[in-house]
Design a binder for this molecule. Structure first.
Ligand code: PGA
Length: 251
């Protein structure tokens, strides 16, 4: 059975003190057995502290990015091995901000995905179309290519360590959410693409999150869609009360 998951992507927000305060609150307020697996992705500088703070709780810590090489002359970069050394075993890859502002291509992402798998990490792999692509009705093609070039090189066995996140770029941080039907339509398409490439079992087991302006007031309807297994939350994950409300939005 695939899992419900809610992951908070803090982006470049929250310093060490703010991370500590948030996680202490979240830990106290979160029910012992939440309906969803909960991830928080703070900045690199807070990862060690975050992991230490939540290690005996159901909350998991993810990184927002990593480099595909193990080590070497890559100033400013962090490897899978370094993340693991501070207790972090999950990484977000392919976020649209990384693709847009840091020129991360499908080809580069495929290398990062492979490096993460080799290091036995879980990957939250993001993909989604831009507004002009949606308007041109190219969203299915764009999503298919992102999957084919970025992650469909994995072996069937690797998929137990994959979480997907469909994030239409036009809905990220804009307050404009894809309608539950629009999300469902793409999620079903993604699941079918996985079934065609691998098999039905692999497709049915992978959790596919929706991301893009998920808030407490729309989470329930979006998560209620058959192929939506939770959310990757940006803005609303910075407020512990809102984030908890989203975690508790499963029926
Ligand atoms: P948002 O961001 O919830 O602020 O739209 C989502 C994301 O970027 O993952």
């Amino acid at each position: 059975m695939r899992k419900n998951i809610v992951a908070g992507n803090w982006k470049m927000n929250n310093d060490l003190a703010e991370t500590s305060e948030f996680l202490t609150h979240l830990k106290m307020q979160l029910v012992k057995e939440p309906e969803a697996e909960v991830y928080i992705a703070p900045a690199y500088t807070s990862l060690y502290h975050a992991f230490q703070t939540v290690k005996d709780t159901p909350i998991k810590v993810a990184a927002q990015n990593m480099h595909h090489e193990k080590k070497g002359a890559f100033t400013g970069e962090v490897s899978a091995q370094m993340l693991q050394s501070v207790g972090v075993t999950t990484v977000i890859l392919g976020h649209s901000e990384r693709r847009a502002h840091f020129q991360e291509t499908n080809e580069l992402l495929a290398q990062k995905v492979s490096a993460a798998m080799e290091a036995d990490m879980t990957v939250i792999f993001c993909f989604g179309e831009e507004l002009k692509e949606r308007k041109a009705e190219e969203h299915f093609d764009v999503v298919k290519i992102q999957l084919q070039e970025g992650i469909f090189h994995l072996k069937k066995e690797d998929w137990k360590n994959v979480i997907l996140a469909y994030e239409p770029v036009w809905a990220i941080g804009t307050g404009e959410t894809a309608s539950p039907e629009q999300a469902q339509e793409v999620h079903a398409f993604v699941r079918k693409s996985i079934a065609d490439k691998y098999d039905r079992e692999t497709a049915d087991e992978v959790s596919i999150l929706y991301g893009g302006s998920v808030k407490p007031n729309n989470a329930k309807e979006i998560f209620g869609q058959e192929d939506v297994d939770g959310g990757l939350i940006g803005g609303a994950s910075l407020n512990a009360i809102d984030f908890l409300a989203i975690v508790n939005a499963f029926e």
